[in-house]
Design a binder for this molecule. Structure first.
Ligand code: ZN
Length: 82
């Protein structure tokens, strides 16, 4: 199989607004992947290849934090509580 663009993942520590977590960053473009969308444990933290279905990338940590709060937090809260 051939890919037009092959991300070179590296571990990237996010420290922002009192939140600290690890995710993946592409070494070539420097773009940060959403750890949930890309499945960071598979993609880079566990050393696997991580053929993420649809990785979403962000230019800045703030953009990523915003995405986590607006998208994943909202999804997590919806339907799970009463
Ligand atoms: Zn995401």
């Amino acid at each position: 199989m051939s890919y037009t663009w092959e991300p070179r993942w590296e571990k990237f520590k996010v420290e922002s607004h009192g939140i600290v977590f690890w995710t993946c960053r592409d070494r070539i473009t420097g773009m940060i992947a959403c750890p949930i969308c890309v499945d960071a444990r598979q993609a880079c933290l566990g050393g696997g290849q991580g053929e993420g279905s649809n990785p979403i990338f962000f230019y800045t940590v703030d953009d990523l934090i915003y995405h986590l709060k607006e998208f994943h937090a909202r999804n997590a809260f919806r339907g799970k509580g009463k």
